[in-house]
Write a protein that binds this ligand. Structure first.
Ligand SMILES: Cc1ncc(COP(=O)(O)O)c(C=O)c1O
Length: 476
């Protein structure tokens, strides 16, 4: 018999939740102009994270990213923004919405560490110098993704210094680092390093429900950029619903309470469990856990969130998608992220000893059966290097808003992309609106599909047999 898609227990749970599914009625405050209970929660967040202002978000970290770029444009009249190429796709729509054009910077790429690492200060300096040498106006906004999806982070103080020295605003997409402020042995929080706007995907590493997030204004940002707070607030009104879910907002309040409790005990427990799991996985022959294997250390200058367990499968002779299929379908273990040769697992305070045992046993079985049953048919070397760098030939905003048409991928070389095509997660774009498809990019997307990676775009995702890409219409 097929499983009941709406079982009795779920119906009962929904009925109970309905009792607190409020709307903005008297006494319940207003997300867009908070002065009562919502403002109270935001004040607690300000105290906990050490921000000048904190906002609770119900449209995901995506809305925080979009509001940050809109606010940067409103406050500084910025025309361009320095963005790492491994930015999440929300950054592409944020640029299209704000009209800020990207100055992409390619971070260091290390296939043993899961791909792109966080931007370093030297690359940011060089990008500023290049823009000045080209006679253009230097970017007035700098974005960094810290930590990366795989958990690599840097101390951002130096990046904040050089950003501020050029009069620009530093926006940190810390979607995966909400817990940094409270846990032990974690990379420093961006708000403690001089960042001006910081986005937290609260649902990713705290008990807050899916879809929740925070946007914070750095402690010294209002002094540096007068007008920033009203611009951020108006930008949030533009990208957030006027009917926020009180269920989501209440879960953010609970997340703050949990983080505040006992010096971040919930976070520390998750880290301890993650370290224990990492040690156990590292003992399994032919599995390598980053940071736990002398041949796969965390490089100097970088830090790694110990709550993220990055397992390298290179010696097993299987790809990440093959291993993930085994773990999900045969063991009921759901990885956080699947790369070409990596599996990323996350542990939080919500995970139990039994969860750790289950994951360890699943990886043991995987290692024992490989490569007997799962030998890779795919030549991973085709995708191990950096993705190609297609040339920009049109403004990102213009291409995004243009009339577009679906084109067969193998016919796309020479056409201008209207779309962002990403391998998700982590979602680093292979092409963005306004860039021209070249044969290397076409080949890379074809191979990523063949390898079973999750390639997403308007005309390509796992539910579609054909691979189309959306290009700017020739007769626009
Ligand atoms: C680095 C980064 N930024 C932003 C987002 C968007 O987060 P959300 O799904 O909460 O909108 C994600 C999602 O995975 C992400 O990885």
């Amino acid at each position: 018999m097929p499983a009941d898609p709406n079982p009795e227990w779920a119906r009962r749970l929904l009925d109970e939740l309905r009792v607190i599914d409020m709307t903005e009625s008297p006494g319940l405050d207003n997300l867009h102009y908070p002065s009562g209970c919502i403002r109270e929660v935001e004040r607690r967040a300000e105290k906990l994270f050490g921000s000048a202002r904190s906002y609770i978000l119900v449209n995901g970290a995506t809305s925080g990213v979009q509001a940050s770029l809109l606010a940067a444009r409103m406050v500084l009249g910025a025309r361009s923004v320095l963005v790492p190429r491994n930015a999440h796709r929300s950054m592409m729509t944020a640029m299209a919405m704000s009209g800020l054009e990207p100055v992409f910077v390619w971070p260091e790429h290390n296939p043993n560490l899961g791909g792109y690492l966080p931007l370093d200060v030297e690359r940011i300096k060089e990008a500023f110098e290049r823009e000045v040498a080209r006679g253009g106006r230097p970017p007035k906004a700098v974005v960094v993704i810290n930590p990366t999806y795989c958990g690599f982070a840097r101390n951002l103080s130096e990046i904040a210094e050089i950003t501020h020295a050029s009069g620009a605003i530093l926006i940190v997409d810390e979607a995966h680092g909400t817990h940094f402020k409270v846990g032990r042995e974690l990379p420093p929080s961006a708000l403690d390093c001089g960042a001006d706007l910081v986005v937290h995907g609260a649902h990713k590493t705290t008990v807050a429900f899916t879809q929740t997030a925070f946007l914070h204004v750095g402690p010294s940002a209002p002094e540096r950029f007068p007008g920033l707070i009203p611009a951020v607030e108006e930008s949030l009104r533009a990208v957030q619903t006027t009917s926020p879910s009180y269920i989501l907002m209440a879960s953010l309040q609970q997340a703050i309470e949990v983080l505040e409790r006992d010096g971040g005990q919930w976070v520390n427990r998750g880290v301890e469990r993650a370290c224990e799991l990492s040690r156990r996985l590292a003992r399994i022959p032919r599995l390598s856990v980053v940071g736990y294997d002398p041949s796969n250390p965390v490089p100097p200058g970088l830090m790694h969130d110990p709550g993220r367990i990055l397992v390298n499968l290179a010696e097993l002779g299987v790809t990440g998608p093959q291993a993930a299929r085994f773990l999900v379908e045969e063991k009921g273990v759901d990885p956080e992220m699947v790369g070409l040769q990596h599996i990323l697992m996350i542990c939080t305070g919500a995970d139990s000893e039994e969860d750790i045992d289950t994951v360890e046993a699943a990886f043991r079985d995987l290692a024992e059966r490989c490569p007997r049953e799962h030998s890779s048919q795919f030549d991973v070397s085709l995708l191990l290097g950096e993705a190609p760098r297609p040339a920009r030939v049109m403004s990102l905003r213009e291409a995004f808003l243009s009339m577009a048409e679906a084109v067969d991928l193998d016919q796309a070389a020479g056409r201008i992309s209207a779309d962002t095509v990403v391998v998700y997660p982590p979602g680093a774009p292979l092409i963005t609106p306004g860039e021209e498809f070249d044969s290397a990019t076409v080949e890379y997307i074809t191979n990523a599909r063949k390898a079973g990676l999750n390639v997403l775009g308007r005309g390509v995702h796992s539910g579609l047999a054909e691979t189309k890409v959306f290009c700017v219409r020739s007769s626009n």
